[in-house]
Design a protein. Sequence first.
Length: 215
Amino acid sequence: MNVRGDALTPFVFENAAVRGAYVWMPLTAREVLACHPYPPAVARVLGELLTACALLASTIKFEGSLIAQLSGNGPVRLLVVECTHTLAMRAMAQWDDRRIASLAADASLADLAGGAQHGRLVLTLDPKGAGTMYQGIVALESGSVAGVIEHYLATSEQLQSRMFLATRETPPPECSCSGSRAPRKRMTKPGRASRRSSRTSMRMHCSTPLAPATR
């Protein structure tokens, strides 16, 4: 595995119904997080969602995208990460500078979105013009990105999974992710993803695809 660049390495446990992937994303994380002066809490969640989306999108069996969107009326009004079937990624965030300043770097998703009653995480599978768009709305009952996605997979997709996310902030910022999951079924909740016009206060960055791991 090339530890100097981005890589995704699938793995399987022999004689067990467990499979997963290890994702290492120093280059993509560096490009995204260095693009704007993100507050620490926003930078951490962006890093975790980037790696989580790469892990989930690696299972897509069609040409399209997986989109994770955090929204609410809290310090972070909108945060979106999109990963295509080729593992090309882009991300953006919109926040209130005054309100975000009072939050710690390890603030929960509910804290960022304005509380579990007002915020939500939406996971969307978008086949890009071919087929039906599938969408799942996740309550922010768990404070972490990994916990929210695990809860969604268990309750909506009947998949027992574990996801382990780790970020580190060193100049320049980097992040890594490892995760395991049971064999994946298709998301089954239909819906239309909201399409919002860009605002001047949004921060967006597009990055290049992840490279396969080298051996």
